[in-house]
Design a protein. Structure first.
Ligand code: ADP
Ligand code: MG
Length: 559
């Protein structure tokens, strides 16, 4: 038996570990399962290149609670460690890593939130355990080793009788962490962090109907049928899906596969997504993922189901602020990238070059997908417009790159249900919707019912009237006015409409001159002239003998 001191200069590292990672105690399980996964994948690699001459088999990772003994076991069938390797990887490297971390973040770490998700790896076990054991047998033909450490820098290392390959980590759960001996709590953590990890994770067993058994139906002498009960078998309860859709090739997936993955991600979402975007890039950074456009509702719970960020299939966070452009945080789905630095503050993230590239890549992919959806099936795209316009309009407002690309698919619906792209609209109205300054006037209504008579009047003149009613559209109009040449938006009840250059005006008022003067005087008395103007001449409908309009600037001032 070896006894020794763990190679560390910080005298007592454990209180520090506890303190620094306080708010995030639960990540210890994610870290230990990540190590077990790494160990298994390393073995897979070594057997595949012929370096490890052992049977890889169908390894799994098991998590076991021993409530009586107050212990939590994490068992893998991976590469294992020799005693020498335990010395090297557990005693030296991991501790020097921890030391470096503490050195680096001694000061900044004190500010809450700086270390959001710092995976301190193996030693995070000491956040919840006051004693940790490692029993491990390498795939190499060497005796197994048993390491024990009670949270002081002292450890013991002795031979063990373990015969099966792999590593068992035993946590003696501390008094203040007994929640981690509760089955429900562990299941919750496994579902949160490990749901899509690449090696099957067993947590207990379950009973299922034996698939090889067909219940027999027999008839008794009266002709009454009885079917024998289905035979049950006990199988491992595997909590994860090791091959989630985003790790596959888009060409291997059907529409239904994407939909069922959506249900897997958000079991409480009953509404189907409108469409998906499969992200897949390996240069200049690695990133995979699937984003879904959900049906937008006014439901404020909308943000409950968010985009989830993974690193090599390990859940990291569902706060993707800074990584995904803000307008796309309304989407759902997963992003997986080993290249996103996770151990640093959000403000650092936003300044990080790789993260900026990721953000603009995602923006571009989303724009490209929208464009191809539009080109492939315009009718379908138009039908979805109302559900997706918020995201698109918000994106046009907040990301210039997206604004440029959006010209290809952003739609401007008219009150009659025609959907124009900007270019189509421009061509349609350029001949007869200009004002005296030769500006193109784009007429729109924001409320079909309230502005009904104005809409009818404008239509009667052959003008196109858009229906723009989303909450941010007035900002978008300003942006379009300042970027497109020589255009102005005018609400259909604004006075602009009187000044349009019409090719010909055949509309004649049904009122006589006398009636008009009379009406005009009457109206001017009741309507403040500085705010509204009254128009009598061009009305052709008996239902609308005259119109009261308000200057566009006045109208926008109210908003
Ligand atoms: P990291 O995983 O970032 O390398 P850790 O502190 O989590 O740091 O682990 C330190 C090292 O200990 C690992 O790199 C690995 O070599 C070894 N190790 C930890 N857990 C296992 C395990 N279950 N099986 C084999 N080796 C392990
Ligand atoms: Mg690790």
């Amino acid at each position: 038996m070896t006894k020794g001191n763990i190679n560390v200069s910080v005298e007592n590292i454990f209180p520090l570990i506890k303190k620094f990672l306080y708010s995030d105690h639960e990540i210890f399980l994610r870290e230990l399962i990540s190590n077990a996964t790494d160990a298994t994948l390393k073995l897979k690699h070594l057997t595949s290149i012929g370096e490890a001459k052992v049977e890889y088999g169908q390894p799994k990772i098991e998590v076991k609670i021993d409530k009586k003994g107050k212990k939590l076991h994490i068992i893998d069938q991976g590469i294992g460690m020799t005693a020498e390797e335990v010395e090297k990887y557990i005693n030296q490297i991991a501790f020097s890593g921890a030391e470096e971390f503490l050195d680096k973040y001694k000061d900044s770490g004190k500010d809450a939130g700086i270390i959001g998700h710092f995976g301190l790896g193996f030693y995070s076990a000491f956040m919840v355990a006051d004693k940790v054991e490692i029993i491990t047998k390498s795939y190499k033909d060497e005796p197994a080793a048993h390491w024990t450490c009670d949270g002081s820098p002292e450890f013991s290392l002795e031979p063990s009788k373990k015969t099966e390959r792999g590593t068992e980590i035993i946590l003696h759960i501390a008094e203040d962490s007994t929640e981690f001996l509760e089955e429900a709590r562990i299941r919750e953590l496994l579902t949160k962090y490990n749901k899509f990890m690449p090696i099957p994770i067993k947590f207990g067993t379950k009973e299922i109907n034996d698939p090889d058994f067909t219940p027999k139906t027999t008839k008794d002498k009266d002709g009454k049928e009885t079917t024998e009960p289905h035979k049950k078998i006990t199988v491992d309860n595997i909590i994860n899906n090791p091959n989630p859709a985003w790790t596959k090739q888009p060409t291997d997936l059907k529409d239904e596969d994407y939909k069922s993955f959506y249900r897997e991600l958000y079991p409480m979402q009953f509404e189907e997504p409108l469409f998906h975007i499969h992200l897949n890039v390996d240069y200049p950074f690695n990133l995979t993922g699937i984003l879904y456009f959900p049906k937008m509702t006014n439901d404020l719970n909308l943000q409950k189901d968010k985009i989830q960020l993974y690193q090599n299939q390990v859940f990291v966070t569902d706060n993707v602020e800074g990584i995904v452009p803000e307008f796309l945080t309304m989407l759902r789905g997963v992003i997986d990238s080993p290249d996103i630095p996770l151990n640093v503050s959000r403000s650092y993230l936003q300044a990080d070059g790789a993260v900026k590239k990721i953000s603009s890549y995602i923006t571009r992919k989303v724009a490209d997908k929208l464009k191809s959806l539009f080109n492939e099936n315009r009718k379908d795209f138009e039908a979805k417009w109302n559900d997706i316009k918020i995201v698109i309009e918000y994106g046009m407002l907040s990301e210039d790159k997206f604004f440029e690309k959006a010209d290809a698919f952003a739609l401007y619906p008219t009150v009659d249900g025609t959907y124009y792209t900007y270019e189509e609209l421009f061509n349609k109205i350029k001949a007869n919707q200009t004002d005296k300054d030769d500006k193109l006037v784009i007429l729109y209504a924001s409320n079909e019912d309230a502005q009904h008579s104005y809409i009818e009047a404008a239509k009667a003149k052959g003008y196109e009237v858009l229906l723009l009613d989303s909450p941010i559209v007035s900002h978008l109009m300003q942006k379009l006015e300042s970027t497109k040449e020589n255009i102005t938006f005018s609400r259909v009840d604004a006075d602009h409409i009187d000044n349009l250059i019409k090719k010909e005006d055949t509309k004649i008022s049904k009122l006589t001159d006398e009636q008009k003067t009379e009406l005009e005087t009457l109206l001017k008395e009741v309507i403040p002239a500085e705010k509204f103007s009254v128009q009598l001449e061009t009305m052709d409908s008996e239902a609308t003998p005259f119109m009261i309009t308000q200057p566009e600037f006045m109208r926008r001032m109210k908003e």
